[in-house]
Structures are given as C-alpha cells and as structure tokens.
Write a protein that binds this ligand. Structure first.
Ligand SMILES: Cc1cc2nc3c(=O)[nH]c(=O)nc-3n(C[C@H](O)[C@H](O)[C@H](O)COP(=O)(O)OP(=O)(O)OC[C@H]3O[C@@H](n4cnc5c(N)ncnc54)[C@H](O)[C@@H]3O)c2cc1C
Length: 381
C-alpha cells in the first residue's frame, strides 16, 4: 500500500497532523520512536499555557483564534477535557518586552485584557507580590492545556478517522522510492512504508543540515518543577497562571496554579544549549530547581514551600524564535513542522490543520508566510 502521507514523530504536532489528515479523508501512517504521549519529547509535563494576546508577535493571533476553536472541537470529539481557562497574568515593568508585547497584540486585535497596577494585582490576587513599579495584564480567556491528554485525544480521534500509527518504532531513513512518485521509509523494526507525502514533525530531533534545510535549530535544556504550597490560596480557580519578567530573577518565570499536584513553575528564557544526543535528563536540585524555587517564592510566598518533583524537557529554538512550517524548499513532497521554540503547544491543533492543507493543496489558507522554512535563506515563498 502507498499511503497519502506518512507523519514522522507523533508528539503534539505529529499527532495533530495525523488527526487532521485522517479527518480530511487521506490514508495516513504515523511513526513514533517512543510510546504514545511519552515524556522524552517536548509535549509532556501536565500543563502548557494557552493565550491569545501574543507578545511573541501579533501575527500569531489569527492562528490562535483558530486553535481555540479546534481545541474545543477536539474536546467534543474525544470527550477529554483538554483546556482549562484559568486566566493568565503577564507581569513586569510596563516597558518589559512581554508586558508591552501583550498590550500591543491585544490592542491590534481587539482582544479582551485587563491591566492592573501593583496595588490592584495585590487586591485581586493576594497571593502575589508584585513590586511597586510592576503592572500586570490579565487575559481572562487564557488558560492551560493538558499536554498528555491533548496528545492522547489527538491520537484517538486520528485512529477513529482511520489513521494507522506505530509506536516504539523509529524511522531510520527515507528517500524517494524508485520512480520518484513516493517515499520509502525504513523503520527500525525492519519494515518499510511507502507514502506519497512526508510530514516531518520531529521536534528537537529535527536535523536541518541533514535535510538540506536553510534553518538552524538550537536545542535548550529546560527544567519544569512542581512545589507543594503552604495552603489552598494557589489552587486553580483562585490563582491564574502567570509569566513574570523581573530583573532580579535569573530568567522570565512562568507558572501554573495547583491542579492537585502542586504549583508548577519554570524559567521560559535561558537554558543550557545541548543536543538530543547529550541532553542531561538528571535534575540537580541546586542548579536546576533552587533558582526556580527562589523566584517563585519571591513572586508568591508560600507557593514553593517544598519541592515535589522536577523533570527535564527541551526547547527547539529557531534563530528568530518563530516556528518553521511549510514545504521543504528543495522538495515539494516534504512538509516541515518544527522549530517551535518553546511556545508551540497551544498551536498544535491549528498546525495539524495547516500541515494537512499543505499536504493536500501544497498551500494553506492560513497566513503563515512569516513561518516559512525558506525565510532564513532570504527566499519568500
Ligand atoms: C518545559 C516546556 C514548557 C513549555 N511550555 C509551553 C507552554 O506553556 N505553551 C506552549 O504553547 N508551548 C510550550 N512549550 C513548547 C511546546 O511544548 C512544544 O513547542 C511542543 O510540544 C513541540 O511539539 P513537537 O511535536 O514539535 O515536539 P515533540 O513533542 O518533541 O515531538 C517530536 C516527536 O518526534 C519523535 N521522533 C523524532 N525523531 C523520530 C524518528 N526518527 N522516528 C520516529 N519518531 C521520531 C519524538 O520521539 C517525539 O515524540 C513548552 C515546552 C517545554 C519543553
């Protein structure tokens, strides 16, 4: 059999592509080197922030609007509660890039946000300790996605739509099969699969040089940590998720309220540069967790009373920190979805739609020119 499309990598993005391509009626094969919803990629850790007033670039806002719709549809189709609207507070001095960026994005796109001075933050969220010169921008519609549930839901809906997925099986190589009309993928179980198109959703395993892509991806080691708080003031429903830009912190701090397994926090910026072959997955408390605990304690005293657990994850950073989605500039049979630069999860559903449109039509109706893999070579497609 020759599949219409083979998806390599079934993390957040690949499982969404598998789902959307199957729902469009394509015959779809997916391969993943680890078990479903595993913890060795970037799509694990119980929480991922979703917000629309996007400080990274207002150009993402239309994609986020569509992502919200699609997450709701996924919840209905799968019966799994994937998204919880907790609100997200972005705090820092008014000139902070993230604070100013949220306000610009909200203004440009008419999004509903509320801006508070420090006194108002303390009044509304007494567990928080903003400095006098800090402000906060609350986006009430923002919230938290559950990554493992979301990936599971995407895989389940893909399967019901007819997709075939193989787990704990690595794709070791691929090339054009004789005749050139299809790709031949070799898997480490010794089998070979053929498909007309390839969607590469490899996360930090993407090797741009090996694929002849004019893209650089830097892998960064990230640690996410959970803490037992002193009381229930930090519970979801009382406390929003947050991002705080404060010079006294080592990096930009973000975190989530307690959903029952503690307050989770991590640094968004920074992180040791590494590779997937050398990534150190062992957490060292003093180096990895203590700085997060100190920052969280300064932002919300009592939230980080006791360290509960921590895990290592990775960001796949593109040079400009924007995603890399589109046709391979040298092969119109290959679609790339990578370089999600530590902020991709919330988009997975719309990425699934985009990649499946590109597979079928060679293009998408979404405005994603700014994410083209060709942009680094100065070629605009
Ligand atoms: C700590 C942390 C916090 C984050 N917080 C947020 C957040 O709050 N909000 C947000 O929107 N985003 C966030 N992100 C980013 C987001 O989680 C990622 O952008 C997203 O999960 C990337 O998904 P992916 O499918 O590209 O990568 P992955 O989930 O890593 O999937 C790639 C998959 O490809 C598989 N694979 C690779 N090579 C092969 C092969 N040869 N054969 C078979 N399978 C292969 C891998 O095993 C892996 O499962 C965060 C990331 C981290 C690490």
């Amino acid at each position: 059999m020759i599949y219409d499309v083979a998806v390599v990598g079934l993390g957040a993005m690949g499982s969404a592509v598998l789902q959307h391509a199957a729902e469009r009626g394509l015959s779809v094969f997916g391969a993943e080197q680890y078990p479903p919803a595993h913890t060795l990629g970037a799509s694990h850790g119980k929480s991922r922030m979703i917000r629309k007033a996007y400080f990274e670039d207002p150009a993402y806002v239309p994609l986020l609007r569509r992502a919200y719709d699609l997450w709701e549809q996924l919840e209905r189709k799968s019966g799994r509660p994937v998204l919880r609207k907790t609100g997200v507070l972005i705090a820092g001095r008014p000139e902070s890039a993230i604070v100013a960026g949220v306000r610009t994005s909200a203004e440009l796109h008419g999004l509903s946000v509320e801006t508070y001075d420090a006194a108002e933050i303390r009044r509304r969220f007494p567990m928080m300790r903003p400095l006098d010169d800090e402000i906060g921008v609350l986006e009430p519609d923002a919230g938290v996605l559950h990554p493992e549930l979301a990936v599971t839901a995407q895989l389940e809906v893909a399967k019901s739509a007819g997709a075939v997925a193989r787990f704990s099986t690595r794709v070791t190589s691929w090339d054009r099969a004789p005749g050139g009309a299809a790709f031949a993928l070799r898997l480490d179980d010794g089998s070979e699969v053929r498909a007309k198109k390839l969607a590469l959703c490899l996360g930090a395993w993407l090797d741009p040089a090996g694929l002849g892509l004019p893209v650089e991806i830097e892998v960064r080691r990230k640690v996410q940590a959970w803490f037992a708080p002193t009381g229930d003031a930090f519970a979801a429903g009382k406390c929003p998720a947050f991002l705080v830009d404060r010079a006294a912190f080592e990096e930009v701090l973000y975190g989530f309220p307690d959903f029952g397994d503690g307050v989770k926090a991590a640094f968004h910026t920074g992180g040791e540069v590494t590779t997937m072959a050398t990534l150190d997955r062992i957490v060292a408390f003093e180096k990895d967790v203590a700085p997060i605990q100190r920052a969280l304690d300064a932002w919300m005293p009592g939230a980080a009373a006791r360290s509960r657990m921590a895990s290592v994850c990775q960001y796949d950073m593109s040079r400009d920190e924007h995603f890399v989605i589109g046709l391979h500039p040298g092969d119109p049979g290959v679609v790339i979805a990578g370089g999600f630069s530590g902020h991709g999860f919330k988009f997975a559903q719309v990425v699934g739609e985009i990649v499946s449109e590109i597979v079928v039509d060679g293009a998408t109706h979404h405005d994603i020119g700014f994410l083209s893999p060709a942009r680094f070579a100065g070629i605009v497609r």
